[in-house]
Ligand binder design. Sequence first.
Ligand SMILES: Nc1ncnc2c1ncn2[C@@H]1O[C@H](COP(=O)(O)OP(=O)(O)OP(=O)(O)O)[C@@H](O)[C@H]1O
Length: 217
Amino acid sequence: MLSVRDLRKSYALGGQTLQILQGVSFDLAAGETLALTGESGSGKSTILHLVGGLDRPDAGQVVIDGRDIGAMSDKQQAQLRRTTLGIVFQQFNLIPSLTVADNIAFQARLARRHDPSYAADLASEMGLADQLTKYPEQLSGGQQQRVAIARSLAAKPKIILADEPTGNLDETSADAVMAVMNQLVRETGTAMLMVTHSEKIAHAMDRRLHLSHGQVA
Ligand SMILES: Nc1ncnc2c1ncn2[C@@H]1O[C@H](COP(=O)(O)OP(=O)(O)OP(=O)(O)O)[C@@H](O)[C@H]1O
């Protein structure tokens, strides 16, 4: 479902070059869940951005569902993101002028896969049933995070890319949200690549990829 080969990425900072990824390779099978761990600054979010086509690598290859994203235009990558990927990043990127219900449906509508009853079920499993007519600014950070998770799942993607999706939640809510995410990805055969600092969450996933010094340790 996802194949990453020899991915390299550096950033220029104040006349210096920071080598962040120095040849990272891994695969993610359909339906598999993979935890991405490593110390702060090790390049975990950078990998998610490169896999999601939000940034381009210096070298290396990302193949999603058989398609090499490096060979695609920005427009083609955006199309692939809409149809194949569910993205939950640290900034939730909710649309302020849309209600919670419309935010949850947003990506599914773009992908022409909006299923109102599935979206409503997701909202209630995420504890958002009473929030559907509110706007993002009226929600807490943890509620906004759950809207972003529900939005990514509602579009029934093949792969979910998630960057610490429960980072803003207390432990009980985080456990509940992770349980729903794990159950749904298993039921629907969705693959998931998730950055986490939590041992408990990493442990509950099929496999772990630990980054250290720019490489898979
Ligand atoms: N656009 C950028 N320009 C310069 N440096 C950057 C840029 N984006 C990331 N970096 C640097 O690259 C390194 C890796 O960042 P990244 O966000 O991928 O780490 P991370 O493992 O996700 O960290 P955390 O666990 O703290 O979220 C960091 O040192 C960061 O400062």
